[in-house]
Design a binder for this molecule. Structure first.
Ligand code: BGC
Length: 374
């Protein structure tokens, strides 16, 4: 009797060890990473890291601009397609007018009015690059620099590090930025940002991926169905600087509180959607938006720790970009961005959540884009 009990116990122990070892084994094999040299920039090599999970989802990341070069996901019919805009070759990303496809954006994502802001009584001027305003970090933002890339242990994450020098593009303080991209077994891309500074500065980081969930089958996003969990947005002036007001979306074309076709009210918004939504959320990581493309059945959910979401309907795409993937013409409204971030021009808008980072503090932002079908 006692012998049997001991034998049974031993069996349970061996089985548990075996199952644990198997689970380690599968999690190791679950994501594969292939590295490929895709070009050079400022004399240094540019590498593309392609992560593939067991479901066959693929994500491409390059160390130039921390750009997401591809996101290949399954449609409901089982076929795979790339839902991101981008170029056939690395050089495409260097062309004038590349609208930040897939890139990491900083030091200050979105607009700063006249590039001017004051911290602790000192006025700073960020580089102007958009109608007399500063957009997405200035002339050479984080989207146009080489990041130091490392494959992290566990083989499902790529770490990117960039040191933005004191004074770069008109921002104070040496800022050390780390971004970790992770592909998960359940078809999500997690982006974790951290940063620290040696002088008080402003910071607003995001990723500028453009999605068309039809993967090239539909020339616009009019039939994509979008939900944004926000009951207010920040209206803007003619150069897209917030007026400072927080306005109810109810009864306006900005209302995406229930899922709505993007094309439904698009022409009622002057210039198209290019606004910041004030997310209904508490602190922490929460699902704040989702997009559904009925033909492919692809469904994207967005979760973030950030207070705002810039939904941009690709209004300035005009079909002129060259070397695009499969030669697709990226015309107006071909794709949309869902940029999780702090509100535009926060350093000048005292009613908006603060974007100040002080020495000794750590900036954190996490965003997860999850793909499925329905
Ligand atoms: C901005 C647009 C801008 C685009 C650049 C978006 O984040 O809101 O106004 O044109 O980035 O491609």
């Amino acid at each position: 009797m006692k012998k049997n009990l001991v034998a049974n116990l031993m069996n349970v122990v061996f089985l548990s060890i075996f199952l644990f070892a198997c689970s380690l084994g599968t999690s190791k094999q679950a994501i594969s990473i292939v590295q490929q040299n895709v070009g050079t920039y400022e004399g240094k090599s540019v590498t593309e890291y392609t992560l593939t999970n067991a479901a066959g989802m693929q994500v491409g990341i390059i160390n130039y601009g921390g750009i997401l070069t591809k996101i290949i996901t399954q449609a409901k019919d089982g076929s795979y397609g790339d839902v991101l805009t981008g170029y056939e070759k690395f050089d495409g990303y260097l062309q004038k007018g590349n609208p930040y496809f897939g890139a990491l954006i900083g030091r200050y994502a979105n607009r700063l009015a006249k590039g001017t802001y004051t911290i602790e009584g000192i006025e700073y001027k960020a580089a102007l690059n958009n109608n007399g305003q500063s957009l997405h970090g200035g002339l050479k933002g984080f989207d146009k620099v080489l990041w130091e890339a490392t494959v992290l242990p566990g083989d499902s994450s790529i770490q990117l590090i960039y040191l933005s020098k004191d004074g770069e593009e008109g921002y104070p303080g040496n800022l050390k930025v780390e971004v970790v991209y992770t592909l998960t077994a359940n078809n999500a891309i997690k982006i974790q940002y951290t940063a620290s500074t040696d002088k008080t500065t402003v910071i607003n980081l995001t990723n500028h991926a453009y999605f068309n969930l039809s993967a090239g089958k539909s020339p616009t996003i009019y039939d994509h169905i979008l939900q944004i969990k926000a009951s207010k947005f920040t209206p803007v002036d003619t150069v897209l600087i917030p007026t400072g007001a927080l306005v109810d979306v109810k009864g306006t074309p900005m209302d995406f509180t229930s899922p709505k076709k993007i094309g439904l009210d698009l022409d009622k918004v002057v210039g198209g959607y290019d606004h910041n939504w004030v997310l209904n959320k508490a602190d922490g990581l929460q699902e704040i938006a989702n997009v559904y493309e009925p033909n492919s059945g692809r469904y994207l959910t967005v979760a973030t720790t950030e207070p705002g979401l810039q939904f941009y309907s690709g209004n300035f795409l005009d079909g002129t970009l060259t070397g695009t993937k499969k030669g697709i013409v990226y015309n107006k409204h071909y794709a949309l961005t869902l940029e999780t971030q702090h509100f535009p021009d926060s350093p000048n808008q005292h009613g908006f959540p603060s974007t100040i980072l002080k020495p000794g503090e750590t900036y954190h932002q996490t965003t997860v884009y999850s793909f499925s079908t329905k």
